[in-house]
Design a protein around this ligand. Structure first.
Ligand SMILES: [Zn+2]
Length: 290
């Protein structure tokens, strides 16, 4: 029976924390640190695009400037003419973003989402597209730079600045709300295993918890999410599946900034260990093809 492959992408999971807290479930059989310092900026979509393609995103023009331009182009322009009028009116009357009109419009399909994903021709270079072309069944949902939509771009990334000025209990509640989304996404990924050769799961945690629960003492709450990730339902009980747990960068809590190395671990032996984020492309192709 062929072995399936599961990728558990955990944004911002810090290698040093996993080792220090001895999170055996995350450490698996083989594990290590990988370098991401060659990426222009340790910005989540950029780093994951290197993971998916095995190339430095600069090579195909996927840069901070490109992302900035995409955002400018889409901001407030995605509405249909009628909705745009309402949007502009609301902005004049209620300058503070509060009604969630854009969120609602996206849900109703009336607003075109900011698309900061890779261009279609570059997407073809990812292991996801390569494997699909070869006839493998691949499941992936909301993966940064590939098919990220409403949830990550708006709910996990864009509102960060508004959140960090709030009091602790409010921030904790907001983090917990988003954790539930991650858990549901995980359940869908688990359910997809029987019908797919490769399942690519992505979690904006623990990065989101790191960013929002950033005060010195709040690290204990961040740790709680590391433990919950270690204990994702059924993760340890999965059989006959190669499980790659990987992060795009770590997080230095004291400095409230990303660290320039990521974490990886695998539940089976690996002939060649990844040294940088660019090495996973070949490893994943080999895992799925064998
Ligand atoms: Zn990240």
């Amino acid at each position: 029976m062929e072995m399936k492959t599961l990728i558990v992408g955990l944004d911002g999971l810090e290698y040093d924390n996993v080792v220090k807290w001895r999170l055996e479930g995350l450490l698996q059989k083989v594990f290590g640190k990988h370098d991401v310092s060659m990426i222009e900026k340790l910005y989540t979509p950029l780093v994951w695009s290197a993971f998916l393609t095995g190339k430095n995103p600069r090579e195909f023009g996927y840069t901070m400037e490109y992302i900035r331009q995409q955002r400018l182009q889409y901001r407030d322009k995605g509405y249909s003419p009628q909705l745009r009028r309402i949007f502009l009116l609301r902005k004049r009357v209620l300058p503070k973003r509060s009604l969630g009109l854009r969120k609602l419009a996206i849900k109703l399909g009336l607003y075109k989402i900011v698309d900061i994903n890779l261009k279609e021709d570059v997407k073809k270079e990812t292991f996801i597209s390569k494997l699909e072309d070869e006839g493998y069944g691949v499941y992936s949902e909301e993966f940064p730079s590939f098919n990220e939509e409403y949830e990550n771009e708006l709910y996990f990334r864009s509102y960060l600045k508004d959140l960090i000025n709030k009091e602790f209990s409010y921030r904790l509640k907001e983090v917990e709300k988003r954790w539930k989304i991650v858990l549901n996404r995980w359940k869908r990924a688990i359910n997809a295993i029987p019908d797919h050769d490769l399942v690519v799961f992505y979690s904006p945690f623990p990065d989101f918890a790191h960013h929002v629960l950033f005060r010195t003492q709040e690290i204990v709450y961040v740790k709680k999410y590391y433990i919950q990730l270690e204990n994702l339902p059924f993760l340890k009980e999965l059989k006959n599946i190669a499980t790659l747990i990987v992060s795009d960068h770590g997080f230095i809590h004291e400095k409230h900034t990303h660290s320039n190395h990521g974490f990886w671990s695998l539940n089976i032996d690996l002939p060649l260990k990844p040294k940088t984020i660019l090495d996973f492309y070949k490893i994943v192709l080999r895992l799925v093809r064998t």
